[in-house]
Unconditional design. Sequence first.
Length: 127
Amino acid sequence: MKEHLCRSCWTIHAHAVRILAAAFLTLSLLPVLHSEAAAQSTSKSHRKVLLMIQPEYPDVLKNGHFEGQVRLEATVLPNGSVSKVDIKGGNPMLSQYASQAVMKWKFVAGPTQTVEEVVFNFNANER
């Protein structure tokens, strides 16, 4: 009797492991499927900027020599307005000012939504 109970426990355990593995595989593929769908709805482009606002560079950051490059991707709607900005690299303190500025930019209208790459160089000696 004891042996039979162990076999049934093992069967239940093996079945549960298979279900968990299938669930994990399914969930791990969701971001890939989602990113492929997102990539199809937008394209990297070089739309002309109509209104370009420079980012704020507070004196406390300049005086502290917080410098560097900030890389962003701006999602631009067909009407030319920026709907979102993704920070791709750079100092987080400088990135927030760069992101706020790009949200105010206006691009030439286009037929579809695009993703525009934007790079700022913060240099305490130049501003």
